[in-house]
Ligand binder design. Structure first.
Ligand SMILES: NC(=O)c1ccc[n+]([C@@H]2O[C@H](COP(=O)([O-])OP(=O)(O)OC[C@H]3O[C@@H](n4cnc5c(N)ncnc54)[C@H](OP(=O)(O)O)[C@@H]3O)[C@@H](O)[C@H]2O)c1
Length: 212
């Protein structure tokens, strides 16, 4: 498939792109500084700033089969990037006839009653931004979406390749595990219109995803 990545220089995005290439897909890497995108075969870097208008975003993402939103502002630009940037990209997808949309969100972003979890109570503004983006995707689009909600991300060279789904509290996730989930679900129709609440765990990723 021809896949567009928003936030391509991010930690999760860089590993996800590698997985997607290994799976045989072709990647357009959208970044504010395209010169910082890893120069890999089958990856084309393009300029993308999520402050752009829906029309401008549509021009950038057109002619792709799927879009990943893997960007984030680390709390510095929650309204314009994490919230509105995501919803504009969804509208650009619909305007360009792209059906598949994968949104990297955060654990329990759609469940405000769980934001008192000790790992989440200090990031309420972030969760509100993600809630807005997740709910927009669910309520206001006809996209074939999947929302991936991991708990806290852990930098690691390798992942265990094993995860737990339907977690009840926020738990750690190595970035390679999240990237493998993101790339594996691309063409899995059983993950359409689903929220994947995950952490590192004991079930091989492909096996866990097959149960959704
Ligand atoms: N940290 C956690 O524990 C955790 C837990 C669950 C979910 N998440 C989610 O996972 C996401 C990805 O994590 P990560 O560690 O890979 O993030 P990251 O390394 O901070 O990457 C975020 C990417 O978003 C890009 N970006 C920021 N503002 C943008 C804009 N206006 N337009 C276009 N691109 C923009 C950044 O580009 P620049 O390099 O140009 O700034 C960067 O490439 C986070 O944003 C968060 O929503 C995080």
């Amino acid at each position: 498939m021809k896949v567009f990545i928003a936030g391509a220089t991010g930690r999760v995005a860089e590993v996800t792109i590698k997985h997607l290439i290994q799976l045989g897909h072709q990647v357009t890497a959208g970044a504010r500084q395209p010169e910082r995108v890893n120069p890999l075969e089958r990856v084309t870097a393009v300029k993308l700033d999520l402050h752009a208008s829906i029309n401008e975003l549509s021009e950038i993402v057109k002619n792709h089969d799927a879009i990943y939103f893997l960007a984030g502002s680390r709390g510095k630009d929650l309204l314009q990037t994490d919230a509105f940037g995501a919803t504009k990209l969804m509208q650009a997808a619909e305007a360009s006839g792209i059906k598949r949309f994968i949104l990297l969100s955060s654990i329990f972003a759609t469940e405000p009653e769980k934001w008192s979890d000790p790992n989440l109570r200090h990031i309420t503004d972030y969760n509100i931004a993600k809630y807005f983006a997740d709910q927009w995707l669910i309520q206001n689009t006809n996209l074939d979406y999947t929302i991936v909600q991991p708990g806290n991300l852990i930098a690691s060279e390798t992942g265990s390749g094993k995860i737990e789904l339907n977690v009840r509290k926020s738990q750690p996730n190595t970035i390679p595990n999240v990237a493998e989930v993101l790339s594996t679900i691309l063409d899995k129709e059983n993950t359409y219109r689903q929220i994947i609440q995950m952490s590192d765990g004991d079930t091989p990723i492909a096996q866990a995803i097959a149960t959704i």
